[in-house]
Design a protein around this ligand. Structure first.
Ligand SMILES: O=C(O)CCC(=O)C(=O)O
Ligand SMILES: [Fe+2]
Length: 367
């Protein structure tokens, strides 16, 4: 693996957006913070995010226990039309052709019930996980929702003319977002772990000989992604697609901080002003890496505004570079391994939740 430079992302403390009050000095800080968020997401599509209580949460022991007890209890995943909860063994998901050398655990809102829509349903926690650890995992979900909502409120302040951004930062929409957003615990292994002899539990014997990666190059489909990791390995591309000139830069994790990525849907709603960065995960030094990846979504029933049309946007004088970038987002790509089966949905005719459900189905892999 060649050496990679690091990318230096802005570090933003979003505490003032988490604890609103109407005092005037606070308002100035809120405005400055909101503009800093917008600037970072417009320039890099990402930033490092801290809050006053960043160092109070050590989630990695809980992450380890979630994965460990899933394996010892032998729990698998429940997959239902794009809804995924529970333990995902190595090789069972990929955003591209590579074998992603990682295992994962997927969970969401603890109050979510199956009847609401395709993205809601009960979590599958391993029976031998202690009540205390389960509570820590659930509290962490709440914390991620609160921080993501604070950031979305900042964006609504920085972009007052965008009606959907205003709406998504409201209490009602934040509640709907919380019901369908998703937390993924990932453990990335040294690539040698994918050789069938020493493959971890639940990996089927015959894994095809394809490229190994931690996570294939992709953009995140949703609104915002919050990532917390104990090791480097996440990299952001210098170009919107993988081309020979692409330079990959490593994001160095700051203990306690979230790395925040703009998502494809947010990029769409801001006509490409906010970037959804192309990123991947590589194993830099044969080590294990754990990350908590929180995908924050808009409400299930959200529809893209009727005026959203890539061709029309081009003609309407939006910066063509920004519009050009939108076409390459993973949200619009067909990520199925077998593209001949079924059909790809059109984001202009179906709501966000139905569309994302079909995206999750498309990255499921069975070897
Ligand atoms: O584990 C990470 O650092 C990021 C993973 C990621 O990009 C994803 O799951 O979408
Ligand atoms: Fe991602």
């Amino acid at each position: 693996m060649p050496p990679f430079d690091s990318i230096s992302l802005p570090l933003i403390d979003v505490s003032c957006l988490l604890h609103h009050d109407s005092d005037v000095a606070q308002n100035e800080l809120i405005r400055t913070t909101s503009n800093a968020i917008l600037d970072a997401l417009a320039q890099y599509g990402a930033f490092q995010c801290i809050t006053a209580t960043s160092n109070n949460f050590n989630i990695f022991d809980t992450a380890e226990l979630l994965l460990h007890t899933s394996k010892t209890d032998g729990i698998g995943a429940v997959k239902r039309g794009g809804f995924v909860r529970g333990y995902i063994g190595m090789g069972h998901e990929s955003g591209g052709a590579a074998l992603e050398v990682k295992e994962g655990f997927s969970y969401g809102d603890s109050e979510s019930c199956a009847s609401s829509n395709k993205l809601t349903g009960e979590n599958i926690f391993p029976p031998s996980l202690s009540a205390n650890e389960k509570e820590k995992a659930q509290d962490y979900y709440e914390r991620c929702c609160a921080v993501a909502r604070a950031i979305s409120q900042g964006l609504a302040i920085a972009l007052p003319d965008n009606p959907l951004l205003q709406q998504f930062s409201s209490e009602n929409d934040a509640r709907l977002a919380k019901a369908i957003s998703l937390l993924r615990v990932f453990k990335y292994f040294p690539y040698s772990a994918a050789n069938s002899d020493n493959a971890p539990h639940s990996t089927s014997a015959a894994i095809p000989h394809v490229d190994r990666l931690g996570s294939s190059p992709h953009t995140d489909w949703g609104y915002l992604t919050l990532i917390q990791s104990n090791e480097a390995g996440l990299q952001i591309a210098s170009t919107p697609t993988v081309v020979p000139e692409t330079v990959w830069r490593t994001v160095e994790p700051i203990p306690g901080a979230f790395i925040v990525n703009g998502g494809d849907y947010l990029s769409v709603l801001t006509h490409g002003r906010i970037l959804s960065p192309l990123h991947r995960v590589v194993n830099l030094d044969n080590s294990f890496r754990t990350s908590m990846v929180f995908f924050y979504y808009p409400p299930y029933d959200t529809k893209v505004p009727a005026e959203f049309d890539l061709e029309l946007l081009n003609e309407s004088g939006e910066s063509s570079k920004a519009v050009e970038r939108l076409k390459h987002l993973s949200l619009f790509q067909d990520q199925r391994s077998d593209k001949s089966k079924g059909r790809k949905l059109d984001l202009k005719t179906v709501c966000f939740g139905d569309y994302i459900s079909s995206k999750w189905e498309s990255v499921s892999r069975d070897y």
